[in-house]
Design a protein around this ligand. Structure first.
Ligand code: KIV
Ligand code: ZN
Length: 524
């Protein structure tokens, strides 16, 4: 039987750290559920010491997602490790992932420590982690720029302390496949206790080599690869999960390894991530890009029509891409909608279906033909995972040239209606100014993008915004056949998220105050 490669997904940790990719707790939970359905072996859920929100996300994922291992990141210091464990202890299969930099560059300029000190810190951290949790991963940050003798020494020492996985990160995306192979061979030859652990790699994509390096590492003995959906991550990103998995599947002749990934879930997972973050992959992105299976040139089309194998090394269906078919129209009933969602892999509760059906009818009145991609947009719009504090009842705008544009907005909050008109540099900016005046939230628009979903003049416009409220950026999304309506609702989505985050933070802080005063009174 083929050897198994452990797929360690770090979309919610390393991926989420990248610009524009931040997610709130509910969004992380949605992603975690989908990663579970995708079949990943390990979900790195976050870095609990980094913020209260990250802590909560790890805790909620640890409480809910039972099959995969749930990992949390911690620097090699006591507070980080204890905080990680506080969030992780609810997991069925918890893992503490602790790391420290080992290259001389990092030791000298970042840590200002000697090699001996870092060795001691690493051992102490693994010892502490092991006293809390059986499953401990150690990462030697910037391993590929680390002196190899020292890397062998530190790896041997942390294994002796009880580490169960040793991760060799190419933190700055510097290595090339042949060099990485040498590093892994050296570790396997020189570290006497290396057979007691799983060897892992974690590659960044600064030179566009993250996937190639990961595959070379597997051939050199790595049995865990760390990767992210769509390759998101720090700077140029991490190795893309979908590319590694499909390379292993398509080139099984040369890479005879197995993974637990249900490849037909790949596209859905990729789309979910893009829809949550508003960060879309480029059209020519391998496996999940819009053009990944499109044959444009006449010669290619002719070949594919004669036999798919001429130009197709895998089928779109194998990664979950289906031919979009016309599905429903305004005479379709609730039952037909429910059935269609089920065929698409979504099981809706009664309340969710009611909401989706209302949105569907509204859309079907404007648009004769409703496609699967339209239904996905409805799903994203209708099933908001945060409370809708403000709801948009009306937006009316007038573009202005040479004068300023104006917009009138009507919002509802708890049964109360608010109306406001404002001017702005364009109808969208005017609508945003009116929303700001009603809600009292002053958002700074960091990013605005619009794309069309589906085809033809009646296509839906989907708007994504990234809005900064007091230094924290929130993503908003909405789709409509009217782009000013979509823009206003996307902005309001971000406003509602910011309000929800504020309320949650206040509730968490109150809870912590209550717990600490309980502790204080019970200890006196
Ligand atoms: O890139 C890196 O070195 C990391 C470690 C924390 C594993 O993300
Ligand atoms: Zn990383």
């Amino acid at each position: 039987m083929a050897e198994r490669i452990i797929i360690f997904d770090t979309t919610l940790r390393d991926g989420e750290q990248s610009p524009g990719c931040s997610m709130n707790v509910e969004e992380k939970l949605r992603m975690a559920r989908q990663l579970d359905a995708l079949g990943v072996d390990v979900i790195e859920a976050g870095f609990p010491i980094s913020s209260d929100e990250d802590f909560e996300a790890v805790k909620r994922i640890a409480q809910e997602i039972r099959r995969p291992i749930i990992a949390a990141l911690a620097r090699a210091v006591r507070e980080d490790i204890e905080r990680a464990w506080e969030a992780l202890c609810y997991a069925e299969r918890p893992r503490i992932h602790t790391f420290i930099a080992t290259s001389d560059i990092h030791l000298q300029y970042k840590l200002r420590k000697t090699r001996e000190q870092v060795l001691e810190d690493a051992c102490r951290a693994v010892r502490l982690a092991k006293s809390l949790c059986d499953d401990v991963e150690f990462s030697a940050e910037d391993a590929t720029r680390t002196d190899l003798d020292y890397l062998c020494q530190i790896v041997e020492a942390v294994i002796a302390e009880g580490a169960t996985t040793i991760n060799i990160p190419d933190t700055v995306g510097y290595t090339i496949p042949s060099e990485f192979v040498t590093i892994l061979h050296t570790l396997r030859e020189r570290v006497p206790n290396i057979d007691r652990v799983t060897l892992s790699v974690h590659c960044h994509n600064d030179l566009g080599l993250a996937v190639a390096n990961s595959l070379a590492a597997i051939q050199a003995g790595a049995r865990q690869v760390e990767c992210t959906i769509n390759g998101i991550g720090e700077r140029a990103g991490n190795a893309a999960l979908e590319e590694i998995v499909m390379a292993l599947k398509v080139r099984h002749d040369l890479l005879p390894y197995e993974t637990g990934i249900h490849t037909e879930q790949i596209y859905k997972t990729s789309q979910l991530l893009s829809n949550i973050t508003g960060v879309f992959v480029q059209p020519n992105k391998a496996i999940v890009g819009r053009n990944a299976f499109a044959h444009e040139s006449g010669i290619h089309q002719d070949g594919v029509l004669k036999h798919k194998l001429t130009y197709e090394i895998m089928t779109p269906e194998s990664v979950g891409i289906k031919q979009s078919t016309l599905v429903l129209g305004k005479h379709s009933g609730r039952h037909a909608l429910q059935k269609k969602f089920e065929d698409m892999g979504y099981r809706l509760s009664r309340a969710e279906l009611d909401k989706a059906y209302k949105l569907f009818m509204k859309l079907a009145e404007r648009k004769k033909e409703v496609y699967e991609e339209d239904l996905l947009a409805i799903l994203q719009d209708g099933l908001r995972d945060i409370p809708e504090t403000y709801t948009l009842r009306l937006v009316q705008s007038l573009a202005g040239n040479p004068k300023a544009a104006t917009a009138t907005v009507v919002l509802e909050r708890g049964g109360q209606t608010f109306i406001q008109s404002a001017t702005g540099d364009g109808p969208v900016a005017a609508a945003y100014a009116a929303i700001d005046q009603i809600t009292g939230m002053r958002g700074q628009l960091v990013d605005y993008s619009i794309r069309s979903i589906g085809r033809g003049a009646e296509a839906l416009g989907e708007v994504f915004v990234h809005v900064d409220f007091d230094g924290k950026v929130f993503t908003g999304r909405a789709a409509s056949t009217d782009i000013v309506d979509a823009s206003a609702r996307a902005y309001l989505h971000a406003v509602n998220k910011a309000l929800h985050a504020r309320e949650r933070l206040a509730a968490l802080q109150a809870e912590e105050r209550a717990t600490s005063s309980d502790g204080a009174s019970s200890s006196t």
